[in-house]
Structure formats: structure tokens, C-alpha cells
Write a protein that binds this ligand. Structure first.
Ligand code: IPE
Ligand code: IPE
Ligand code: MG
Ligand code: MG
Length: 347
């Protein structure tokens, strides 16, 4: 399988305006310049505060949430506040992640910290996370019962904690060479798969009390989320920054134990291991020479092919779970399209 571009499935375009309207409703009345950093990050304004139209995020988590709710009830509208909350948690994590990963570019634009500094970017990210909780308050206006509102809050809080635990591991792994594939999957199931799982489970929970469905959506989210992050790791090394809007080789520069690196570390010989550790130890991962040496080792070990095969295996696993849930046919088909798109995306 090679990385090939493909247009996002129609569900992305169908829900885009309503997701954005919900987000604008939450941020709309807040006047402090603090919130302009959030509006900037979301691609609504430039750094001078002027309205602009630029490439934005994919809105994957809100789309999955709305599809899951639609799959249970045929009506996605009651889940719109949850969709907005998920997108806000996601963007909180991106603002903080760019500080933590020292990345100066996202969506092809300077990151919040690279314009306003790290201290203010922490404020931007933290306020984004709190707005996510406030966004869930609108569930009450959609006729969602108190029980379900409470459960939605709980899911969002637990998932946010798990995401931060994942970020903790991701950063801890930077200085370690003993990371196994199993450690890696524990880390990405927290930092990435958890929010994708939460999106599906939350959408379904707003439409059904059937716990077996929630469990199935949980399994679907896990498989999708793992495929998604391994693909992100592939794009971080062999992707094109014009497509991803993110700097290429950033993962190598910051000594990330992304899947291709972990796969290689588990298989390299003593000579290659010595090269690896020297490059990281001498700060060479920041130089083209060091990066080329690491790329050469990844190539010799077949790390790219192995990573692509893992994405494919999780894609198939996700489709198998989806096949077994007793839900409406049209949203199921659309979730299949989203699964296939995610495993083959180049951005
Ligand atoms: C990026 O997620 C962070 C990861 C979990 C890999 P997305 O690729 O969904 O981010 P945007 O919102 O579409 O930019
Ligand atoms: C993904 O982090 C998970 C979170 C942001 C919580 P990464 O660092 O792998 O994602 P990108 O590549 O910067 O989007
Ligand atoms: Mg990052
Ligand atoms: Mg990161």
C-alpha cells in the first residue's frame, strides 16, 4: 500500500457548517484577546485579528460523533454540542502539543506559541479545554436527559486525562531507547485513540442505552485511532509538508519514538544501535546528515512497509467491528468510507 491522496468522504462536508456554527456560538461572545488566539488556531482570523479563510482541521472527531449518533437514531442534531466539545478538546491538545513538540507550524501556518509565546499558548490551550466542558451544557437545550449529560461530561473528562497520560508517555519516551511496540501502542491508545473512541461512544450514547453498542463503538474507535496515529507517524517521516501542513522530520528531530523508529529499534544490530544513540546524543538528529542516517536505517529494516501493514491491519479490524454493529445502513456505509479515508490519507 502506498500513501495516496483521496478526498474526504461526503460526511465531512455535510456536517462542516453546523459544527463550525456550534463552535462559533461557544466562542462568539467572549471578548478578551485571549480568545483571539483560539480563533487564530481554529483558522477564523489571522494574527492581526482580520477574518480569513485558510486550511483548517479535518473535524474528524465531531464527524465521527455525529455519524455514531445518526447511526443509532437517524438524527445527529442532538449530538452537535458534543461534537463541538470534542473538537475543542482536540484543539486544546494540538495547541499544547505544538509547545511540547516544539513545532512552529500547523495547518501550514505558524503555531500559536510561535506567535504569542509558550506562556500565552498554555493559556490558550487551557481555556480551549474549559470551553469544551461548557460546550456540553448546550446538550440540555437538545432535550438530552440529565443522566446522559452527566455521562457525556464524565466521558470527556476521563478521555482528556487519558490523552494527557499519553502525552506524558510520549514525552517520557523521547529520552529512552528501551521502548517496545507494546509500550508504543499503550502510549498512542491514550494520546490519540482515546479521543476518537470517546467521539464514537459519546455520539452513540446520546442515541442509545444499549451498552453492547457502546462497547462495539469503543472497539471501533480503538482500531481507528491506532490506524490513525500510525498513519500520522508515517506522514511525519515520509509525508509531504505541503499536504500535512506540518514540518516533516519533526518527530526525528525531537527523538520521538514513533512506530517506524520503535520498529527499527527492536530490530537493529549493535552497529546501527550505536549510530542511533550517537546521533541522538550528539544533537545530530537536528542535522540533515543525522536524519539521512536514520532514514537509511529505517529503510534497511523495512520500517515503512511494516508501519503501512499495521495501518492496513487496523483498518481491516475497524471494518470488521463496524460490520457487526446493528445500526442504520447509511451511517454505517459512511463510517466505512471514513475508515478507508483515514488509513490512506496524506494529510
Ligand atoms: C492530529 O490530528 C493529531 C493527531 C492525533 C495525530 P488531526 O490530523 O485529526 O488534526 P486536524 O484537526 O485535522 O489538523
Ligand atoms: C498526537 O500528537 C496526539 C495529540 C496531539 C494529543 P502528535 O504530536 O503525534 O501529532 P502531530 O503530528 O503533532 O499532529
Ligand atoms: Mg506533535
Ligand atoms: Mg506530540
Amino acid at each position: 500500500m502506498s500513501i495516496s491522496a483521496g478526498d474526504p468522504p461526503v460526511a465531512f462536508a455535510r456536517y462542516r457548517d453546523e459544527i463550525e456554527a456550534e463552535l462559533r456560538h461557544i466562542l462568539g461572545p467572549r471578548e478578551s484577546p485571549l480568545y483571539d488566539m483560539l480563533r487564530y488556531h481554529l483558522g477564523w482570523i489571522n494574527e492581526s485579528g482580520e477574518q480569513i479563510s485558510v486550511t483548517r482541521g479535518k473535524s474528524l472527531r465531531p464527524v465521527l460523533c455525529l455519524l455514531a449518533c445518526s447511526a443509532e437514531t437517524g438524527d445527529y442534531t442532538r449530538a452537535l454540542p458534543a461534537a463541538a466539545a470534542l473538537e475543542l478538546v482536540h484543539n486544546f491538545s494540538l495547541i499544547h502539543d505544538d509547545i511540547q513538540d516544539n513545532d512552529a507550524e500547523r495547518h501550514g501556518r505558524p503555531t500559536v506559541w510561535s506567535i504569542w509565546g509558550k506562556s500565552q499558548a498554555i493559556n490558550a490551550g487551557t481555556s480551549m479545554r474549559i470551553l469544551a466542558s461548557l460546550a456540553l451544557d448546550s446538550l440540555a437545550h437538545k432535550g438530552v436527559t440529565l443522566d446522559r449529560q452527566f455521562r457525556a461530561h464524565r466521558l470527556l473528562d476521563e478521555c482528556s486525562l487519558s490523552l494527557i497520560e499519553g502525552q506524558y508517555l510520549d514525552i517520557d519516551f523521547e529520552s529512552r531507547f528501551d521502548i517496545t511496540t507494546s509500550d508504543y501502542f499503550t502510549m498512542i491508545s491514550k494520546k490519540t485513540a482515546c479521543l476518537i473512541t470517546c467521539a464514537l461512544e459519546m455520539g452513540a450514547m446520546l442515541g442509545t442505552d444499549d451498552e453492547s453498542h457502546l462497547e462495539a463503538f469503543h472497539q471501533l474507535g480503538l482500531a481507528l485511532g491506532l490506524a490513525f496515529q500510525v498513519q500520522d507517524d508515517i506522514l511525519g517521516i515520509w509525508g509531504c509538508s505541503e499536504d500535512t501542513g506540518k514540518p516533516v522530520y519533526s518527530d526525528i528531530r525531537s527523538h520521538k519514538k514513533s512506530l517506524p523508529i520503535v520498529y527499527a529499534l527492536e530490530r537493529i544490530n549493535a552497529w546501527q544501535r550505536n549510530q542511533f544513540t550517537q546521533i541522538y546524543h550528539d544533537g545530530m538528529a537536528n542535522t540533515q546528515e543525522g536524519i539521512d542516517t536514520i532514514l537509511g536505517i529505517l529503510d534497511e529494516i523495512g520500517a515503512r512497509k511494516a508501519a503501512e501493514e499495521m495501518v492496513e491491519a487496523y483498518r481491516i479490524q475497524a471494518l470488521a467491528v463496524l460490520d457487526k454493529i446493528a445500526i442504520r445502513e447509511e451511517p454505517r456505509r459512511e463510517m466505512e468510507d471514513v475508515t478507508n479515508f483515514l488509513a490512506r490519507r496524506n494529510f
